[in-house]
Design a protein around this ligand. Sequence first.
Ligand code: RTP
Ligand code: MG
Length: 143
Amino acid sequence: MTDPQRSLVLVKPDGVRRGLSGEILRRIEGKGYTLAAVELRSATPEILAAHYAEHEGKPFYGPLVEFMLSGPVLAVVIEGERCIEGFRSLAGATDPTVAAPGTIRGDLGRDWGLAVQQNLVHGSDSEESAAREIGIWFPELSA
Ligand code: RTP
Ligand code: MG
């Protein structure tokens, strides 16, 4: 296990559109994690096919990719001891309607009645995912 860890965080297009990038970075830095990379990017179908390969074939896959292409995302690499589970805890549950208050999704997100859950952020869910996702979004950071 590498310690400190790195995790790939995305502020999704809804978060960027609503002007919440700064608030989300503030929560990450407030928790004590370091920003190793921050870049406003337009996702591409190729990047998203790699990033969301595990979800291919699921009913929400098409709408999810379409949503992720609907505007720029803030791609972020964070660093710190146990930051993978730490950021997942900061983000809260996938469904923003029921995500706990105090979390990014719980405080700032809701169901907008759209086909896919617009839940503001993505965070890697394991060391393997983090290494894979950082390689996709920031190949220059991969050893
Ligand atoms: P993420 O990958 O974005 O950090 O979120 P997560 O682990 O909590 O959720 P995951 O199961 O990996 O799903 C990826 C993203 O797909 C959208 N989603 N929509 N039933 C649905 O409508 C549904 N399920 C998932 C969400 O944007 C979710 O974050
Ligand atoms: Mg996930």
